[in-house]
Design a protein around this ligand. Sequence first.
Ligand code: ADP
Ligand code: MG
Length: 702
Amino acid sequence: MFLRELTMSIDHIKGAGPASIQALANAGILNVAGLISRYPRDWEDRSKIVPLKDFRTGAVCTLVRVLAHDWFIAGGSKTLKIFVEDETARAVLVCFNRSFMDKQLLVGNYYRLWGVFHYRFGEIQCTNFETEAAPKRSETEDAVPGKQSAFGRILPIYPLNTGLSQGMLRKLIHQALTQYGGPLENELPEHIRNRDGLFSKADALGAIHFPESLEELETAKQTLIYEELFYLEILVGRRGMERRNALARFGKDRTEGTVFRPSPLQQRLLDRLPFSLTAGQQEAVADINRDMDYPYPMARLLQGDVGSGKTLVSFLGALRIVEQGGQAAVMAPTELLARQHAENAARLLEPLGIRPAFLTGNVRSSGRAALLKSLAAGEIDVVIGTHALFSRDVVYNNLRLVVIDEQHRFGVVQRQAILAKGEHPHLLMMSATPIPRTLALTVFGDMEVSVIRDLPQGRKPVRTHLARESNETKVYDFVFNELSSGRQAYFVYPLIEADTNRSLKDAETMAGRLAGEVFPQFTVALIHSKLDEEEKRKIMEYFRKGEIQVLVATSVVEVGVDVPNATCMVIEHAERFGLAALHQLRGRVGRGDQQSYCFLVYSDALTEDGKTRLKVMLENADGFVIAEEDLKLRGPGHMTGIEQSGYLILGMADPVRDASRLEQARIDAFSMLEKDPSLSTPEYQCVAQVLNRAPPFGTVGL
Ligand code: ADP
Ligand code: MG
C-alpha cells in the first residue's frame, strides 16, 4: 500500500467519533491518507528539562516544586500567584483568570511546566503555561505518544480548523499510524534513500508526527520534502518527454522566433482595431499560432505586466481555433472580469461573425439551458465566464482552446477540471503576477513561456505620489481638477464597512463623505464584493460609460478592470495592502493616452517597514522588479499568489526555500527518465508503481 491508497474513511480509526469525523471532514480530511498527511506546522521540544535559569531560550519545559500560593488584586479582581523553584532559580506563575490553579498545583509537589518566562518586576514570571504532575520514572519511559503525557517528548502542533483540537489530532493521527502506518510502501527508490540517508516512508511519517529527537525530525522532513520534489520533477520530466516524442514523430523541430503571420480571421480583427499590436503581442501570437500547428496540445504561459494587452492576444488565439472549427473557453477569476472580457468579445468578435457567449454561476436558469444547448451543439464559438465554465452540466461540442486569465488565482484542480471538458485542448494561461525563475522551471518545466515586455504605444508611465493622511485634502483637490477636465477616479479602501475596533477608513463611509462633501458635483458610486452581481454589473457599466466619475471600492477592482478614461487611483491606508496588490491597483490607471496618477495615502504613524514598502512602489513601475522586492521584504514563505492557490500545493516542500533540494531532485528524476523512460528496471520500479497506482499530485502545474 502507498500512503495515497489509504482511502478508507476515518471511522476505521479506533476512537474516532462522529463529532471528530465531522470536524475533520470540514477541514477537508476525508480519509486515512488525508489524516496522516496532515503534517504538523510546528513542533514543541518538551523532550528536555531546561533549568529555570536558562528561561531566556524561549518556550521551555521545566521541572519545578511549588513553594507557596499568594493572592493579589489585578484589575479589580483577586489573582493567584504561585511561587515555584528548581535547583537553579525561583519563578512566579501569574494565574490571570485561573484561580482554580491553587487546587492543581499543590505546595510541596513537583510539576512539569511548559511556557515562556520573562524577567519582570524583579522576578522570573510566566503568565501562559501548561502543567502536568511530574511522572514517576517508569511512566516517562513507556509514555505512548499521542496518548498520555504531553511532556517528555517533542510535541506536534497542527494547523487547526473549527472543531479540531491538538489533542484530538494527536490521538487520531497516532492511532492511524498504529493501524495503517507500519506496512506502508516506500515511494523513493532505495538507492536515493541510501545515498542521502533518508528514512523509509513509514519511519518518515512516524517521525514527522512524533519525533523522538530533533535529529530524527530533521531527517523525516528531508525525506518528505525530497519525495515531493522528486515526484514533481518526475511528472515535469515525463510530460516534457511525451511532448518531445510527439514532435519527433511529427518530424518537426521547434523553431523559435517565428515571424508573425496572422491567419485570415486574425487579420480581419487586426484590420478593425484602431491601433496596431505591440512587438510583444505580435511575438506572443506568433508563438501561439506555431504551437497550434503542432500535434501536441499547447501549454503556454503568457506573462505581461498589467495593461500590456494580454486579453487581445488570447482573443487572437481563439480566432485561430474557431477557424479550425473548434471552440474556445476563456475563464476569469471574478464575475466582474469575466463580464468585461465578454463585453470586449462581443464588441471585437461579433462583427467578424463569431458567436461569443457569457456564462457564470449567476446566469439564470432559462437562459442558461438555452446557452448550454447551443454550446453543446457547437453554435457558440467562444464562451467566456468564471469557474462555471467547468460545472458538471456544461458540455462542449469541440473545446480546443482553454484560456485562463489571472491564472494564479486558480488552483491546480480547477485548471484540470476545465481542461477535462475537451480532448487535450490547447492551454493558454495568462498572468501579470511574475513568478521567480526557479519556480517557473519547476512547475512549468516543460511549459513554454511568452513574455510581453512592452506596453502599448502612447502609454505614459503612471506618476506615483506618497501622501500622508493629514495631507489628504491636497490629494482630493488634485483629483477634483482631473474630474473637472472629464477624467475619472478610483478610491480604494482596505475595509468595506466601518469596523468598531479599528480606526481605519472604510469604503462605505468614505463613499458617503466623498459624494456629500468632497465631490458633490460628481457622481460617486460604491462597489465591493458584498454587492450582488447585477448591481456590480450596472455600476461597472456606468463607470465605463463615464456616467459615474468616482468609483469607491475595495480591492475588487484589483484584478483586470479596464477603463482607460480613469486617470486617478487613490489608495488610502496604502500600507495595509501587499505590494502585488498595490501594483495591480495602480495598473487600473494609465490605460489610455492621458497622463495618470496614483496616490498612496498612508497613516501618519507609518512604521519604518511600511515606509520601505511604499518606497518600492514609488521607485519601481515594473511588476517583475516589484515582485522580487516583495520577495526580499517578505521572505519566500509568503510569496503573493503562490502559496494561496495556483502554482504548487505541496505538503512539506517549498520550492523556493528548498531550491537546492529541488535542483538535486530534478537531476535525479531527469537522469532516471533518460536512462530508462519506462522506469521498468527493478530499482526504479517503485516510481513506476506510484505513478500507476497512486499518482502524487493529480497533476501539477497544468
Ligand atoms: P492586461 O494585460 O493587463 O490584461 P488588457 O488586456 O486589459 O491588459 O489591455 C489593456 C488595455 O490596452 C485595453 O483597453 C486594450 O484594449 C488596450 N490595448 C491592448 N493592446 C493594445 C495595443 N497594441 N495598443 C493600444 N492599446 C492596446
Ligand atoms: Mg488582464
